[in-house]
Design a protein around this ligand. Structure first.
Ligand code: NAD
Ligand code: ZN
Ligand code: ZN
Length: 388
């Protein structure tokens, strides 16, 4: 079959690879009908994510049709249409029992990126996400093996819901949702969202649905900010034009700051030359640019919610400011399985329209170009969907 594979920094290719096979009794084989490129794939694509090997198949946002089922798979049959969460979770461990699916302690034989790990078990295995997360083949391919198929895949029986409408249940829609739930905002709240990429846009959509009153959105791609302003009524701040977005936000909120901030950017945040150089030299684990802005932009007693991915340490991390302001911080990979059913309901009922953010739909064979335009933000790219 054809699949998008990793060959090194800025080098992904469409290769011919062996077809996947069932390996456990609760696996299914899926024929992929739609898959997307995520901001997390960009960290890998840029060579910034450790644990990748030549030939690894990328992709963790995908859906398709069940081709084959293992003998222990209940509730799914050949021909069923499903969306697959990017988190591989057993459904039976300590964490799955608490609906903390991305913390599943049985599916990742790798070690994750945690620095001070001690002897604690790893969090969940993830599709297409390096050998630190289990080395599972991803879904930017014609076929994919889906382990733990009794816990992950969500059936979409309603054929009037297009792939484009439901595909993002696999990752960015639950991620935007968890970011807003963690931010503890609702009707009448104020919220700052750093990053107008797919995750930031999904967070804005959810915040609007939940009645958040004012949403500030920060980025430096004018076309993304303009889309968010038109679609979700956000107030935009371009950090190329305005060096200190947090200052603008404090000014605009009676010198308090917003109730909560969401960091939908992560460890490659732009804007600090020093940190970019230190991170490239591996003297700094992550850029703290957005976290510092979020701390400064959030009012006392507020929340910082971080769906953006981080790894390692940050020197300029103002923990004293967090303490003085009494801020809470919530982070982590999304507990996708937990939110999929309720979000499917919101999409079915027309309360959320995640497909509007798609700017490019390309054949899987053009995936390399898809990575280039999404990475370089060319051609007003917001989100790329690939069709095998
Ligand atoms: P993206 O790269 O398309 O979007 C990131 C946006 O942040 C870009 O538009 C970029 O211009 C902007 N940005 C860069 N520096 C900034 C700064 N200093 N201030 C404000 N904006 C800045 O990616 P995406 O798909 O939206 O993903 C965003 C992050 O979410 C990534 O780190 C990704 O790995 C992570 N993610 C996490 C989960 C999870 O489970 N927690 C799931 C999906 C994605
Ligand atoms: Zn993702
Ligand atoms: Zn588990």
């Amino acid at each position: 079959m054809k699949a998008l594979t990793y060959h090194g920094s800025d080098d992904v290719r469409i290769d011919n690879v062996p077809d996947p096979k069932l390996m456990a009794e609760d696996d299914i084989l899926l024929r992929v009908t739609a898959t997307a490129i995520c901001g997390s794939d960009l960290h890998i694509y840029r060579g910034k994510f450790p644990g990748m090997e030549t030939g690894d198949i990328l992709g963790h946002e995908f859906m398709g049709i069940v081709e084959e089922t293992g003998s222990a798979v209940a509730g799914l049959q050949r021909g069923d249409r499903v969306v697959v969460p990017f988190t591989i979770s057993c459904g039976a461990c300590f964490y799955c029992g608490r609906k903390l699916f991305s913390a599943c302690e049985t599916t990742n034989p790798g070690r994750g990126t945690i620095v001070n790990k001690k002897d604690a078990r790893s969090g969940a295995g993830l599709f297409g996400f390096s050998h630190l997360y289990g080395g599972y083949a991803g879904g930017q391919a014609e076929y994919v093996r889906v382990p733990k198929a009794n816990v992950g895949p969500l059936r979409i029986p309603d054929s009037s819901l297009s792939d484009a409408k439901v595909l993002f249940l696999s990752d960015i829609l639950p991620t935007g949702y968890q970011a807003v739930v963690n931010a503890e905002v609702g009707a009448g709240s104020t919220l700052a969202i750093f990053g107008a990429g797919p995750v930031g846009l999904m967070a804005a959509a959810v915040a609007r649905m939940l009645g958040v009153e004012r949403i500030f959105m920060i980025d430096h791609h004018a076309y993304r900010l303009e889309f968010a302003r038109q679609t979700y009524g956000v107030e935009t701040i371009d950090f190329d034009e305005d060096e200190d977005p947090a200052e603008r936000i404090v000014e605009a909120t009676d010198r308090r700051g917003v109730d909560a901030s969401i960091d939908a950017v992560g460890f490659e945040a732009k804007g600090s030359t020093t940190e970019t150089i230190l991170a490239t030299l591996k003297l700094e684990g992550s850029s703290g640019k957005v976290l510092r802005q979020a701390i400064a932009a959030t009012r006392r007693g507020g929340v910082i919610s971080v769906p953006g991915v981080y790894a390692g340490f940050i020197h300029g991390f103002l923990f004293g400011d967090i303490f003085e302001k009494g801020l809470s911080i919530k982070t982590g990979q999304t507990h996708v399985q937990r939110y999929m059913p309720e979000l499917l309901e919101h999409v079915s009922q027309g309360r959320l329209h995640p497909d509007v953010i798609i700017s490019h739909t390309l054949p899987l064979m053009d995936a390399v170009r898809g990575y280039e335009i999404f990475d370089k933000k060319q051609d007003a790219c917001r989100k790329v969907v690939l069709v095998p």
